[in-house]
Design a protein around this ligand. Structure first.
Ligand code: ARG
Length: 466
């Protein structure tokens, strides 16, 4: 095992099993970039506090910049023998001959506990911003399908049974709306994550908050882009140290928002899975976004969509995992909290992959308009509710109208007689208010959809004012 950040009070070496069991480098290496940023700020804090001279600060900065450069160029290889990424970065600095023993001053007035928090929060803010961008991309691809299919009418379902006709554009806009809420949730969480330094292990440090804040602001002058996009200045706060090092609410909020987002994507996936079956035949996946069977040569399977549906289980599991880790932990830091990272990273990774694969999959879908029309043409029950409204319009009380149309539908289904073909004479047995010429006009997909004006419907035709 590599050198540790502690050890003086121990008279025995740590058992290799303990080292293996307790280390977190396998996961938290992802925080490398943000840990270095934290150190760059800390070096400034130490100089401002008189614990480092300006020359010492410059030397340490050069060494830290070297590491950031390596990370940026993909040349940083985490040392998996280290306890965690924070130890790894410290050890790298110690190996840098130019700074020599100077590095031994770096860890003054700080603990890994606030290092973990600072780097994790910065990481989360960056990832959340990336997800905001990806949410918008997916919305754009859904809106692209909406635009290409203005006026395409599909059966709407409740209980997965034919209900009433709706527009495909409205259907897909529902997902755009859901993503709008996800996007909002993610940015709210991102804006609410407060950054702070100076919590120490749990009880604060002998350095005033102003020095930390000024050091962070100074750092941000160099990292203008980061400062601007992550709104960092506004999220700076003075730590309530005990609370700060104990808090993992932001992790749980993120895991919860990602669970909801994943659930939305899973529902979209499920709709597309169902619609791409032979039984529905509304849509076909592009070959590049489907998979085959090793045995059955005819198969074209929606594995991508199934995995999106399946990963929801992992996302929920990750949320429950951190909620459970946190439950009953005494204040302040406990090592249990290290276990927040694998589920958090896992959820970020899953959602990022899903949001990246879906836009292309959606854009390349082939909508089978002929099949959709056939399904609609074959089922007059989709107009049953419209016929109830028609009778209400003739002053028949709703309950009676419901009953009359129910009987009419039952008769039609039992006899195979199309309602559209029934003349006044035949309709009279249900109600003398039912008129063939009027009903004939109502049994039309466009008339049906246009009759519902209470909703924020997308346009059905270019010329229609929605
Ligand atoms: N790898 C640890 C974590 O992520 C670092 C914190 C260790 N702190 C401590 N007080 N033992 O939680």
């Amino acid at each position: 095992m590599a050198k540790k950040l502690w050890g003086g009070r121990f008279s025995k070496k740590t058992d290799p099993m303990v080292e293996e069991f307790t280390k977190s480098i396998d996961h938290d290496y992802k925080l490398a970039e943000y840990d270095v940023m934290g150190s760059k700020i800390h070096v400034r804090v130490l100089r401002k506090s008189g614990l480092l001279t300006s020359q010492e600060e410059t030397k340490l900065m050069v060494a830290l910049n070297k590491i950031s450069g390596q990370i940026e160029n993909g040349k940083f290889n985490p040392d998996k023998k280290c306890e965690d990424i924070h130890t790894n970065i410290q050890n790298l600095l110690e190996k840098n001959k130019i700074i020599g023993d100077l590095v031994l001053k770096l860890h003054a007035a700080r603990s890994r506990n606030d290092q973990v928090l600072f780097s994790l929060k910065l990481f989360c803010k960056t990832e959340l911003l990336e997800l905001n961008i990806l949410c918008v991309e997916l919305q754009k691809s859904l809106l692209g399908v909406v635009r290409k299919n203005i006026g395409l009418i599909i059966p709407g379902y409740t209980h997965l049974q034919h209900a009433q006709l709706v527009l495909l554009s409205d259907y897909l806009q529902s997902y755009v709306e859901m993503l709008e809420r996800d996007d909002f949730r993610l940015s709210s969480i991102r804006n609410n994550i407060k950054l702070s330094l100076g919590a120490g292990a749990l009880a604060g440090t002998p350095i005033e908050p102003k020095k930390y804040k000024d050091a962070i602001k100074e750092f941000l002058l160099e990292e203008k882009e980061l400062a601007k996009v992550l709104n960092i200045e506004e999220s700076l706060t003075t730590p309530k140290s005990i609370e700060t090092v104990s808090d993992r609410d932001f992790v749980i909020e993120i895991l919860s928002a990602l669970s909801i987002l994943g659930m939305h994507l899973s529902r979209l996936a499920e709709d597309l899975i169902v619609w791409s079956t032979k039984e529905f035949g509304f849509v076909e996946l592009d070959d590049a976004f489907a998979t085959g069977s090793s045995l059955m040569p005819q198969k074209k399977n929606p594995d991508v969509l199934e995995l999106i549906r399946g990963y929801t289980g992992t996302l929920y599991g990750n949320l429950v995992s951190v909620l459970t880790v946190m439950k009953g932990l005494p204040l302040t830091y406990n090592r249990d909290m290290q276990l927040d990272k694998p589920p958090l990273f896992s959820s970020f990774e899953i959602i990022e992959k899903e949001l990246k694969v879906l836009p292309k999959l959606i854009e390349t879908l082939k909508w089978n308009k002929a099949n959709i029309k056939k399904v609609i043409d074959e089922d007059e029950t989709l107009y049953a509710t419209d016929l109830v409204y028609y009778l209400i319009g003739k002053n028949i009380p709703f309950k009676n109208a419901h009953d009359i149309i129910g009987k009419l539908v039952k008769f039609s289904l039992n006899t195979g007689r199309k309602i559209k073909d029934m003349k006044d004479q035949e309709l009279k047995q249900f109600s003398n208010k039912l008129k063939h010429d009027e009903i004939y006009k109502l049994i039309d997909p466009e008339v049906s959809v246009l009759s519902r004006v209470s909703v924020n419907r997308t346009k059905i035709k270019e010329k229609e004012k929605a």
